[in-house]
Design a protein around this ligand. Structure first.
Ligand SMILES: [Zn+2]
Length: 176
């Protein structure tokens, strides 16, 4: 009976500590991910979309899905479902990118759609994996057109882990 009480007490303490940790974690994350209660990437996506559409380019609805990966290089994915562009954004990258860089990343992914690169198979921000560096460079210059070459260059230097690919993409943008 006594050991059962101790067990219940321990479980209760563990739950309490865990909840406290979760609330703390959520509080910290919300500083990075939210602006006045709205999901930061959604707000930035809106700004990017407006810029691209003011250029008479038609784009389907874009949806950002969030996922958390322990991978610090944070593979982000984009695909086209036939109706909308879906961007899978690793929440790990958010703390690492400022607003300008995040907008450049979003513009890059939308660029893949505009340039006709997207299929229903997800492609990552890293061209080496997708096996087509030329398309990555084209999407980079699309992003540079709307969000500036400096922002997309910084996003590339933070997210692309293959040194050769990084070099090639940065020099294609005229940045070294
Ligand atoms: Zn890409």
């Amino acid at each position: 009976m006594k050991s059962r009480n101790i067990l219940v007490g321990l479980i209760f303490l563990a739950l309490l500590a865990n909840t406290g940790f979760n609330i703390f974690l959520f509080y910290n994350l919300s500083k990075i991910y939210m602006i006045n209660g709205d999901f930061r990437p959604d707000i930035l996506l809106n700004e990017v979309q407006k810029k691209i559409e003011s250029d008479e380019l038609e784009i389907p609805p874009v949806e950002i899905f969030k996922f958390i990966s322990a991978d610090i290089y944070a593979k982000d994915y984009v695909m086209f479902t036939g109706k909308k562009i879906v961007i899978f954004l690793n929440l790990n990258v958010l703390g690492n990118l400022n607003d300008g860089e995040l907008k450049a990343l979003i513009a890059h992914e939308i660029g893949h759609y505009v340039l006709g690169h997207l299929s229903d198979r997800p492609r990552t921000f890293n061209g080496t994996e997708a096996g087509d560096l030329k398309q990555e460079k084209d999407a980079d210059s699309f992003a540079a057109k709307y969000e500036g070459s400096e922002s997309i260059a910084l996003a590339i230097s933070k997210l692309v882990w293959d040194e050769n690919e990084k070099k090639t993409r940065l020099s294609a943008l005229g940045v070294n």
